[in-house]
Unconditional design. Sequence first.
Length: 404
Amino acid sequence: MKTIILHLFCVLLFAQSAQSVSAQSDIVLYGLRINLNDDVFAGVDSIDLQSVNPVTGEQNFLFSIDDARSIAAGSSTYNADQNQFFFWGNDASNTQRIYNLDLNTLDVPNSPETADIIVDIEYNYANGKVYGLRLTPGDQSDPLNPELGDLDLVELDLETGATVLVSALPDTQATGQGNSTFDPINNRFIFLSFNQGSASVIGIDVTTGETAFNTNLDSVDGQVLAFEYDWTNERLLGIRQTSMFDLTTDPFSFSMQNFLVEIDVDTGEVNDISSTPAFEDTGVAIGGVAFDQRSGTFISYVSGTTLGMISADTGQVYSTVELPEYLYELQVDNLVFAQSLNLQAAPLLGDINRDGTVGFLDISPFVELLAAGDFQIEADLNQDDEVNFLDVAPFIFIMSSDNS
């Protein structure tokens, strides 16, 4: 055991030299990269899961999903409790699947087929379940009078691909795909609804299936989209997007402004957090937004492959970073904050790979966290809200205690 501990200590000392203070960030961000085939007519070759350093823009390849060929925009979520990334898409045979990506083992333990069309997926940190909007197409036989079909809120069985009805949504003819979020404080699935051309924000209590609110948004100047729920302040955030053509100066001129807003789900009142747009001249990318609960940061593409970090307090971009390649379906690991609100059980300190035990398999990810300057609550052994070399001694102690 002494030899093992000495070896571990040497490895940790080596990692110290690689640590970069400038790269430190508490935001843990993931996304999907689409790899195109060399033959442009052959389409997508594979899809990769990557992590992103939102300070430096460095993208780290985690693993490839070789048989995946498409991603349904806005139809992904992240289960931080089990360290799993899920998305709905199609394989090489055009079969619809729910892909379960395990970040502990860096593989795809299962990708069950699903006959259902799932247009939005959200993870509930409060009960560990996954929910989505299931679209059942209507009769399309008459092209002049096609039926819209039905939209239901369902719970997803990620092992079998089956869905269980939570609530039928007769007041919703369509949904703004990629514009959903989850409120784990009140167990509400929140989404953008359209009914006969009228826009509303709807919240469904997943414990009862009852509608918590159904609030019209037609009075808003522009359109509201990209919903994210702020757990700390228990408020719904989004982007208010306005666009116009200025025909007086240039018939081809077009401007677009994006304001971070707070949405009152009871009245439909939408208030700009800042009178100055957060970003301009580009739209909001479906699946290209995320929210870090711990820092109160709204993350969105603000131009091309440039990510903007928008403060939920000021409504302004406080930093930007250029990504080498565009990533789809951005997801933030909010486990730390969920545990601080008692939405999740207390973490097992030292269980860096989150497999439920503390052992030698945790050494390598612990060293990687130290080298990258990243935060993970299981690695914060001295519980000072930082992961650094002050955590080395207690980590060695836990390892020696659990393996003696």
